[in-house]
Design a binder for this molecule. Structure first.
Ligand code: NOJ
Length: 571
């Protein structure tokens, strides 16, 4: 049917290993549990899994501080358990990509332990060292970016936490060691990598000081208090001023080319997706990353028709302009770093309807789609109430910074921390209405509390039984997508560009044309496509509202918040 690669037609499902499925009842997700849930994923209708870090880690940053790149965290199982997971996924035609963290390691990684042990050991130059802090750079997680190491009587640089020292990628030995790890997993059969934080790999060689007039804690506080457009603009300016010398610097393209050439040595179209929205990292379209995320789509307070159209127009134009091969889009609205879609983009009155619209948006726009575990059942953010529950170190650091240095009352600080910490969107998957949401047995102490709304139908088992649940809606939509040439590979043509309440576009391939209508309003729409589909009929293939399947005319009504997909049949 199509000459597209698997990663272009795929819907990816992000598994956050700690919270996905607990197979040994210890309150922490693991590979035994995840393997048992592969049938669930196959039945859901996704094509691939992105696994957040599963490597040994002291967990200061929930696995993004890796202490061994070629192994499995003991709490998740053994290397054999990983292999079983991979094989079982492949048996079900599910591809698996891993998270590759290049910018930094854990401070407990043997490379760093050796590097900090003296100034002249073989790995002395594997990290970024200075005799005194050369500038005022901040870490984006915990204050000063330079931390003192008494062993060397020197400072090391870290863009993230002090437990995440930055590797020195100018040193060829670092590259060699990391590429060995990449080959280790490719040899085992993984299908690719999601590349963590690639923009942070290199720093300004002149070490130019930042010019923001405040430090990180003050900036975070200012950001959460910003209300007016002027305050919001100022906060954006400060963020940019604070980090512009530590982000997006020269060197990344060469590195990505190098990595790409390794993947291209392997069969099976292994792929790379960058945690970045910068299309430049796709190189000429064929020599760096296969995909970068369309983060601008989710960088909004609300998902409005105007925002969607503007985003798509810009994005598709930029992708089409790549020099060799036209770039392929990659859409998502959520992941483990941000507030859950249902909470963030929902509303008190229309949460269920908006959840359906948002899912339809990601699954009908042109491009690869990424879903985050739990969004298919409408999981919401869960606000922690006590600082002792906080596992995201960025959160506990912030709490202490504003209580101690800024005199914020602990109650207010806790509220703010609960909102800013990523724990709220990482709580365990809700599998049933049994205690602990069926994630772990009642007596287990889960690593983060389970959101109690598992008792209110926000769980897999209840939703599987309910034909009109969000879960069954996702399954249905995924099936419609899978069966539609146009939705998978078709060009996207925006219609009714000035409509305030709804988005409508055609997806058009050689074999099929479909029309997608997303009504973001409480109004019933009377739409007329006589002009656009002259001499054609439209056949409904999907609707989130009560609607007969079968033929419809080019003029029709769309219910409030309806998702409507019709095939355009020309005669
Ligand atoms: C981006 C990851 O998504 C995030 O969870 C992590 O904290 C940072 N990179 C640092 O690795």
């Amino acid at each position: 049917m199509s000459s597209l690669k698997w990663w272009q037609t795929a819907v990816f499902y992000q598994i956050y290993p700690r919270s996905f499925a607990d197979g040994n009842n210890d309150g922490i997700g693991d590979f035994k549990g995840a393997t048992e849930k592969l049938d669930y994923l196959a039945a859901l209708g996704v094509d691939a899994v992105w696994l957040s870090p599963h490597f040994p880690s002291p967990n200061w940053d929930c696995g993004y501080d890796i202490s061994d790149y070629c192994n499995v965290a003991p709490e998740y199982g053994s290397l054999q358990d990983f292999k079983t997971f991979l094989d079982e996924a492949h048996k079900r035609n599910l591809r698996v990509i891993l998270d590759l963290v290049l910018n930094h390691t854990s401070d407990e990684h043997p490379w760093f332990v050796e590097s900090k042990s003296s100034r002249d050991n073989p790995k002395a130059d594997w990290y970024v060292w200075a005799d005194t802090p050369p500038n005022n750079w901040q870490s984006c997680f915990d204050g000063d970016a330079w931390t003192y190491s008494p062993e060397r009587n020197q400072y090391y640089y870290h863009f993230f936490m002090k437990q995440q020292p930055d590797l020195n990628w100018h040193n060829p030995a670092v590259k060699q060691a990391m590429w060995d790890a990449v080959r280790f997993w490719l040899d085992m059969g993984v299908d690719g990598f999601r590349l963590d934080a690639i923009g942070t790999i290199f720093e300004d060689p002149n070490l130019t000081p930042h010019t923001a007039p405040i430090n990180l804690a003050e900036l975070r506080r200012l950001s959460e208090l910003a209300q007016t457009p002027e305050e919001k603009e100022l906060k954006e300016k400060h963020w940019s001023d604070m980090f512009k010398y530590q982000w997006g610097q020269a060197g990344v393209h060469e590195l990505m080319k190098d990595l790409r050439s390794i993947l291209d040595e392997y069969d099976g179209d292994r792929m790379l997706v960058g945690e970045d929205d910068n299309i430049d990292y796709m190189g000429n379209g064929d020599d760096e990353l296969h995909l970068v995320f369309n983060f601008p789509l989710m960088r909004a307070e609300r998902i409005t028709p105007e925002h969607i159209r503007k985003n798509q127009e810009e994005r598709l134009k930029q992708l089409a302009a790549l020099s060799e091969v036209s770039g392929w889009p990659c859409n998502t609205l959520g992941n483990h770093d941000c507030s859950r879609i249902y909470t963030r983009f929902g509303s008190k009155l229309h949460g269920p309807e908006l959840a359906r619209l948002h899912a339809a948006l990601v699954l009908t726009l042109k491009g690869t789609a990424f879903l985050y575990n739990g969004e298919e059942i409408g999981m919401t953010d869960y606000m922690l109430t006590d600082i002792s529950q906080v596992k995201d170190t960025m959160g506990s650091w912030y709490y202490h910074a504003i209580v101690t240095d800024m005199g914020v009352h602990p109650d207010e600080a806790m509220l703010r921390t609960a909102e800013m910490t990523r724990d709220k969107n990482r709580t365990p998957m809700q599998w049933s209405s049994n205690p602990n949401g069926g994630f772990s047995p009642a007596e287990a102490n889960t690593w983060l509390p389970v959101n109690p709304n598992y008792k209110d139908g926000i769980n897999v088992m209840d939703q599987e039984k309910n034909p009109s649940s969000l879960l069954n809606y996702y399954k249905h939509l995924l099936r419609v997508r899978r069966e539609s040439h146009a939705l998978i590979e078709g060009e996207q043509i925006s219609l009714h560009d000035s409509a305030k309440d709804y988005v409508v576009f055609l997806r058009q391939s050689a074999e099929q044309t479909v029309l997608v209508v997303l009504n973001f309003s409480e109004q019933t729409l009377n739409l007329d496509f006589t002009q656009e589909v002259r001499n054609a009929k439209m056949k409904s293939i999907f609707s989130s509202a009560e609607r007969r399947t079968g033929e419809v005319m080019p003029k029709f009504k769309v219910s409030p918040f309806e998702v409507f997909i019709a095939e355009v049949v020309r005669e």
